[in-house]
Design a protein around this ligand. Structure first.
Ligand code: TYM
Length: 354
């Protein structure tokens, strides 16, 4: 029988290893979170905290350093993401929430992984290629970004044999998860005996209907395109954004194709099936203008996030609590990452004299 993979993960006796899922995912603190982050990732993260055997979510401030070089802004955004997650329903008793840089083992693991990948693998990176295409010289952090992400995903020790490591993300992360899969295999092939891999090969979980949430201009909603609607935008800011969503110039009376419209693409995310169909019918019938659709969308956004907004306002007053959550999360994550790194150091031949 091949030796079982190394693991320091505890598995409750009642759980069947075959059905266990470990979930890891991260979010950059590079500005206020938006509806793309919410529907593409956070909503699923929160659902998985109960469904998965274990869920680890991290605020990736090392990653954000590839673009944010204002220390005050980085600090502020980092706490903001924690507030957002908690307000949206992350339960620290169910999921582990922490700040990436509180687990320096991730940076150490990145270094190990960097030596397993040819530079040509990273030259294919979309974010890197985009910068080069714009005529800019990307920094080395951006070039190696996917390897840091691989370390994030793989740092928290192997799930028990038979369990899977899942990474719920939006479609834009698919390529980065491929790098993590590649790195895991390369490490196992280079440093582990056949049949005794150290790393599981992670699986991306990308939900089709929310894989790419469009922004105000119909392109992918993204901070870098300045086309976002913030999860916690409200009042005039929210209204201005909703009413600035780009539509065609079809007059009010004309029948419209809901599937070709940016406003409807967002309505679809919020509306339950019946409501969605009712609005689609109104589009097709004519006499329903984009202004009406925007009114409907605005109401849906406000209703959907009303409770979270209230909770966020309360949490802002409880910074100590938020910091406690992050401290506890980091402690747990660090212990796990250190257990994993001890195995990695041994396998690759790093002598530890301490
Ligand atoms: P980031 O911070 O850009 O986005 C966080 C999550 O939101 C998803 N997302 C979207 N989904 C659908 N439609 C959109 N318009 C949209 N915009 C953003 C992203 O796909 C992501 O799931 N590299 C990652 C952060 C990261 C990470 C990790 C993720 C670092 N380490 C480890 C998973 C596992 C990023 O920049 O996400």
């Amino acid at each position: 029988m091949p030796p079982a993979p190394d693991t320091a993960l505890s598995s409750p006796e009642t759980d069947d290893a075959d059905t266990q899922t470990i979930v890891t995912s991260g979010i950059q603190p590079s500005g206020r979170l938006h509806l793309g982050n919410y529907f593409g990732a956070i909503r699923r993260h929160i659902a998985l905290q109960k469904e998965a055997h274990e869920a680890l979510y991290f605020i990736v401030n090392y990653h954000a350093m590839t673009t944010v070089q204002d220390p005050e802004a980085l600090r502020e955004h980092t706490l903001d993401v924690a507030l957002d997650y908690l307000a949206l329903g992350l339960d620290p008793d169910e999921a582990t929430l922490f700040v990436q840089s509180d687990v320096p083992q991730v940076a150490e693991l990145t270094w190990v992984f960097l030596n397993l990948l040819p530079t040509s693998r990273l030259e294919k990176g979309v974010a890197y290629k985009e910068k080069v295409a714009e005529g800019l010289t990307p920094n080395a952090g951006l070039f190696t970004y996917p390897v840091l992400q691989a370390a994030d995903i793989l740092a928290y020790d192997a799930p028990p044999a038979g369990a899977e490591l899942r990474v719920p993300v939006g479609r834009d992360q698919r390529q980065n998860i491929e790098v993590a899969r590649d790195v895991a295999r390369r490490f196992n092939n280079t440093f582990c005996e056949k049949g005794a891999p150290l790393f599981p090969v992670p699986e991306a979980e990308i939900l089709d209907d929310v894989a790419t949430v469009p922004g105000l201009d119909g392109r992918k909603m993204s901070k870098s395109y300045d086309n976002t609607i913030g999860i916690f935008d409200e009042g005039d800011t929210l209204e201005e954004k909703v009413y600035s969503i780009v539509t065609d110039s079809a007059p009010l009376d004309e029948p419209k194709d809901p599937e070709a419209d940016n406003v409807f693409a967002l309505i679809k995310l919020f509306a339950p099936d019946e409501k969605r169909e009712e609005i689609a019918e109104q589009y097709r019938a004519g006499g329903y203008g984009y202004g009406h659709a925007k009114d409907a969308l605005l109401g849906m956004i406000e209703a959907h996030f009303a409770k979270a907004r209230q909770r966020r306002k309360e949490l802002v007053e409880r910074e100590d609590y938020v910091r406690d959550v992050l401290r506890e999360g980091a402690k747990k994550a660090r212990e796990r990452a250190e257990a994993l790194m001890a195995k990695v150091r041994k396998r690759v031949g790093l002598v530890t004299s301490a």
